[in-house]
Ligand binder design. Structure first.
Ligand code: 13P
Ligand code: SF4
Length: 306
């Protein structure tokens, strides 16, 4: 039986030999982040994916992230190490449903959170991520926006941009949406004086109680650069674990142990290892039409995000 360090060394050797670039979302386990070429939130990974030089990309994250890589680098082979790693939010709304909704709001710009399928992106105007949503929505040359699928992120954007009118649907991340103000009360009682940092996928009544609201990278950068010592982390529990490892002299507490995304935890170092060896994992295959049409709204996100 190989040790974690031995498997990591094998992965590092094989990825060089096979011209593979590994991208890993910040929610992935530390042993995966350690062997990745690029790590970060979904916005940073999209920009990184567009600039990869290698012929092969492995996206250690969830399916919509691997699809985004394929859309941005169609000439490359893109793999998802564990095909079961989906995203419950991305699976909530499909092209057929949104085509119907669009008919009711013909003068609205359709803004898709990047947590959507490639197929749905083909009929959207611009993508956003949690770190770029406010900035990009502000720059869109239309005050009427149909924002899908996350109504919590949409409500957060609406609050920052009162001059825009956002039409929201009732979608969202079931993991972040299960956090309640009561969880905040309990965590604040347990850790008095700690700052509360939450992801905008949490409900508005939870975001209102936070000291900072931002993407996974936003939360990490805020905590790393802050003079404060104690933090309650309101996003997937992995971020609390990573921060505690990066900043051993600070204290990080999770807001609630309900914040566990089974999809993000599906991929293991072994899955990555077998994928690098070419033994398992799924190659992302999208039709030329899907890539062409979905790319428009991702390109628009990157253009407006610059
Ligand atoms: P980020 O945009 O912060 O990477 O979040 C992606 C995500 O799926 C959060 O649940
Ligand atoms: Fe999807 Fe929520 Fe998991 Fe993020 S935390 S990948 S939005 S299910």
């Amino acid at each position: 039986m190989k040790t974690i360090a031995e498997i990591q060394n094998e992965i590092l050797r094989l990825k060089k030999e096979k011209d593979i670039c590994i991208l890993a979302h910040s929610y992935q386990a530390r042993e995966i982040l350690e062997v990745a070429d690029f790590t970060g939130d979904s916005y940073k990974l999209s920009v990184d994916a567009a600039n990869v030089k290698n012929q092969n990309i492995i996206m250690s994250g969830v399916r919509f992230m691997a699809e985004t890589c394929k859309i941005l680098s169609p000439e490359k082979r893109v793999f998802l190490p564990n095909p079961d790693a989906g995203c419950q939010m991305a699976d909530q709304m499909d092209k057929e449903l949104i085509s119907e909704v669009k008919k009711q709001y013909p003068d609205h710009t359709v803004v898709a959170y990047i947590n959507t399928t490639a197929d749905l992106k083909t009929i959207c105007d611009v993508c956003v991520t949690s770190s770029s949503a406010v900035d990009i929505c502000k720059k869109i040359d239309n005050d009427k926006l149909l924002f899908i699928p996350d109504c919590n992120l949409g409500a957060f954007v609406q609050k920052q941009l009162p001059d825009k009118s956002l039409k929201l649907l009732s979608g969202g991340c079931p993991i972040h949406a299960c956090v309640n103000p009561d969880d905040v009360k309990k965590a604040r009682e347990l850790h008095p004086g700690a700052e509360l940092l939450v992801h905008p996928e949490c409900k508005p009544e939870v975001c209102e109680l936070a000291d900072y609201v931002g993407s996974t990278s936003g939360i990490m950068n805020y905590a790393i650069n802050s003079d404060k010592k104690d933090f309650i982390i309101g996003t997937e529990i992995s971020i609390q674990e990573h921060l505690q490892y990066i900043c051993p002299n600070k204290n990080f507490y999770y807001l609630t142990n309900k914040l566990i995304c089974p999809n993000m935890r599906t991929t293991t170092l072994y899955d990555l290892y077998h994928c690098v060896k070419g033994e398992s994992g799924e190659e992302i295959i999208l039709s030329d039409d899907t890539i062409r049409d979905a790319k428009k709204c991702i390109d628009e996100m990157i253009r407006l995000g610059n």
